[in-house]
Design a protein around this ligand. Structure first.
Ligand code: ZN
Length: 287
């Protein structure tokens, strides 16, 4: 199933278009987008039944015209994990060693935003990082890689926007802060459940500037630590909660590693896509 946060309300995609879950479920779920994740098994059972019945009340239909506001599918995760150096070609372009343990940092939740939401550039050098984002469905602690996918609600598209000067300067680089300006974690437009994918571990991802060249293109099967391994290693330390996000790392092609270096500028529109999920559009504006 495919879910979204439209105008701050939980939406489910039906063949007819998006439906408002609170109206369609008579307030059993929604309107807050994260209520689906708070009771994932009950929600998916209801949604499967609703979609199978195929009767969408007119009052539950959502117009997705230009006025629709696409929020992040999970607006208030308790934890956001992000992984550095998780594609070999990106490790190589940075002149670094392939890690033997995942390089973990956070993106603070105040940096979340959605599809079609403009991001204001702070001072510095703001770079793109196209990433698959994993959404956790059930509490999990100390889970093995064999069972890890069963704790995933679904996948979405994300950008790990990064201000490189703050990120990389100083005796202790500031990954978490340099990647957490307002809007630096756009995700969406939809959260797509794992059962929608023939192989959720092998999806093409890309990003480009609208009207310009493709900047990054790879497959998620090229990760150094795949999704099950990341869940096993993160949950070995931190109990994971429903709605937690994992930004799983970016492939080669970031602006910082280019010759000459290239960064985002006002007027750019960053387009990020993943096979089977969709395309996240991020307009960039001046301060
Ligand atoms: Zn990243």
């Amino acid at each position: 199933m495919r879910m979204a946060n439209i105008n701050g309300r939980l939406a489910l995609k039906a063949p007819e278009g998006y439906i408002d879950v609170a109206i369609a479920s008579e307030e059993r779920f929604g309107p807050a987008p994260q209520t689906a994740l708070a009771a994932w098994d009950e929600f998916t059972a209801w949604a499967d039944g609703f979609l199978e019945a195929g009767a969408v009340p007119a009052a539950a239909r959502i117009e997705t015209d230009a006025n629709a506001v696409w929020g992040p599918p999970v607006p208030r995760p308790q934890q956001i994990f992000a992984i550095g150096l998780n594609y070999r070609d990106h490790v190589a372009e940075g002149g670094l060693q392939v890690p033997t343990e995942p390089a973990v940092f956070t993106k603070f939740p105040s940096s979340l935003t959605g599809h079609e939401c403009a991001v204001t550039l702070p001072d510095g050098q703001v770079d793109w990082e196209a990433e698959l984002v994993v959404v956790i469905s059930r509490p999990c602690h100390l889970v093995g890689r064999e069972e890890a996918w069963s704790y995933v609600a679904g996948l979405t598209v994300g950008q790990d926007l990064s201000e490189r000067q703050l990120q990389l300067t100083g005796p202790m680089p500031q990954f978490s802060l340099g990647k957490s300006y307002p809007g630096f974690s756009p995700v969406g437009p939809e959260l797509v459940s794992v059962d929608e994918f023939a192989d959720p571990g092998d999806l093409e991802l890309f990003c480009m500037l609208e009207g310009g060249e493709v900047l990054q293109k790879s497959r998620t099967s090229s990760m150094v630590f795949d999704v099950p391994e990341l869940i096993a290693r993160l949950s070995a330390v931190c109990p994971l909660q429903p709605g937690d996000l994992i930004f799983t790392g970016t492939p080669a092609g970031v602006g910082w590693a280019r010759t000459p270096q290239q960064f985002l500028a006002p007027g750019d529109v960053l387009v990020t896509g993943i096979e089977g999920i969709g395309t996240l559009r991020t307009p960039i504006s001046a301060a």
